[in-house]
Structures are given as C-alpha cells and as structure tokens.
Design a protein around this ligand. Structure first.
Ligand code: URA
Length: 264
C-alpha cells in the first residue's frame, strides 16, 4: 500500500515545532494571507519567497511556515493581522467564462470576472468557487474564502439541493419527467431521485441533490432531450437575485440556514 505523502505545511510545522492548529484548523502563512484578505495565495507565496513578508517582526521565506491567527504580519512594510472572517458570495455567472484558474480559449474565468466587480477590500481574498458550472451554463455560483464552506458545498455526502432550469430540444412528456424523478442509470452509476417540474413544453426545472460532472445535461440527453441552455437558480434555499456578472455577500443566516453550513 502506498503511504500518503506528508503535506508541505505539516513538514514545515514539524521542523519548527510551531503551532499548527487554531480552533482545530491547520494554517500556514501563504494560505493565512489569502484567507485574511491580505493577498491571494499565489501572490502571497511569491511575496514570501521574495523576502517581502515578516511575521511578528521576523523575515519569513517559507510559504508553508505555520502561523497562528491573530499574528501580526508585515507585507512590504505594511502591518496586518491574520484573521479568518468567513465570507460567502453569490455571483451570477455569465455564459462563456469557465470555472478554472486559466482559460485556454481566452474567453475569461469566473475568478477574473468576480475580482473585476469586487470592491478593493474584497479583492485580495483567496476565493474558492464552490463547485463548477460548464462554460455555457449561467446562474448561481458561490464563492468563499473558507475551505470548510467549499468542502460542505461540494461534498457528495451532504446532498445539498441545486435547482436548475433547462431549455431542451423536444416536448417533455409526463413519463419522461417520472424517469427523471425516479433516478436513472448513467455511465458513472445510478442518479439519486430528483425534483422535475415542467415549466413549458421544452423547459424543465430540475432539483438535484448530487453534483456529478455534466449531470443535468447527461440526464436530459439520456431521456432524449438534449439541453440547449442551462441556468442554475438556487443552491440550498439560497436563490440567485443579482443581475448577470454581479455579486453580493450572503448573510450569516443564509450561510447557516440556507446552505446548512455550521462552522465547528
Ligand atoms: N449539470 C450540467 O450538466 N452542467 C452544469 O454546468 C451544471 C450541472
């Protein structure tokens, strides 16, 4: 059996014997800078390696150096405190952009679009997209600076409902809707029962409690109705209510009651 590789941050923590847990969460310098909104993680790694970051007055050149929340850091001589505010944002994804770090086709990424509309004090967080939408899918995409929210939102065990509206080719019948509701077998296994409601002869609302790759398109193709356009309206009970390309912060109540996330 292959042994699991020790992560870099843990190696660095062991070498130093420093604190690695803060309220049950391991943290290292580059990630802590991203989580605190001081600078995104990749930029932070570069700044640390270039010798531009001090922690509690000491120059630190190791991005994986363990740090504690509350520590004072200096970046290019400016003082900051390492904090862990929890942010979850809704973003209305436009068509054409991808959920990835870079776009080989040059149409742009959701991260670029989001940063372009965020105010300066929100731009320097490390933002994680909570799940994926295809390039041609529009609608609700959540972002967070907290990996626990990311894990909660993408975990296959949580069964967080996601509501989609699909425009399809051909008129959908009641029998087809019943097949979608009951669950069907796709090449990667059976689907869970889903909500399916006809909105117009060629338009269906689907509520899925799993997030498999291209799942909506594959389910509708399997029943003979290829998807022509797909839009995500809601995740949990959080419904999209901002215009295309725009964003807003979720309230703490939306994060807990709407997404079912409990910070431990
Ligand atoms: N299902 C799909 O097929 N595509 C998406 O973008 C989201 C869900």
């Amino acid at each position: 059996m292959r042994r699991k590789k020790t992560p870099r941050w843990l190696q660095a923590a062991r070498v130093r014997g420093g604190p690695v847990e803060e309220a049950g969460r391991a943290d290292w310098l580059a990630r802590a800078l991203g989580r605190s909104g001081i600078m995104p993680q990749q930029a932070a790694e570069q700044a640390i390696r270039e010798g531009r970051v001090k922690v509690e007055g000491r120059l630190e050149r190791e991005p994986f150096a363990p740090v504690r929340l509350g520590a004072t850091v200096f970046v290019d001589g400016w003082a900051y405190r390492l904090e862990a505010p929890l942010h979850v944002l809704m973003f209305h994804k436009p068509e054409g952009v991808i959920v990835a770090g870079t776009d080989p086709e040059g149409q742009g990424t959701v991260f670029e679009r989001l940063r372009a509309v965020l105010p300066p004090d929100m731009r320097n967080f490390e933002w994680y997209a909570v799940g994926r939408l295809d390039r041609d899918t529009t609608g609700l995409l959540l972002f967070t600076n907290d990996e626990r929210v990311f894990q909660h939102g993408t975990s296959p065990e949580k069964h967080l409902p996601k509501r989609y509206v699909a425009q399809v080719a051909g008129n959908l019948s009641e029998e087809t809707l019943a097949r979608l509701r009951e669950g069907m077998v796709l090449e990667d296994g059976p689907t869970r029962p889903a909500g399916a409601r006809l909105l117009a002869p060629e338009c269906v609302e689907l509520v899925l409690t799993e997030g498999r790759h291209h799942q909506v398109k594959r389910m509708l193709a399997a029943v003979g109705h290829p998807v022509l356009a797909l839009h995500r309206q809601a995740v949990g009970s959080v419904a999209l209510d901002v215009p295309v390309g725009d964003w807003r912060s979720l309230s703490p109540g939306e994060v807990t009651a709407g997404l079912g996330f409990q910070a431990s």
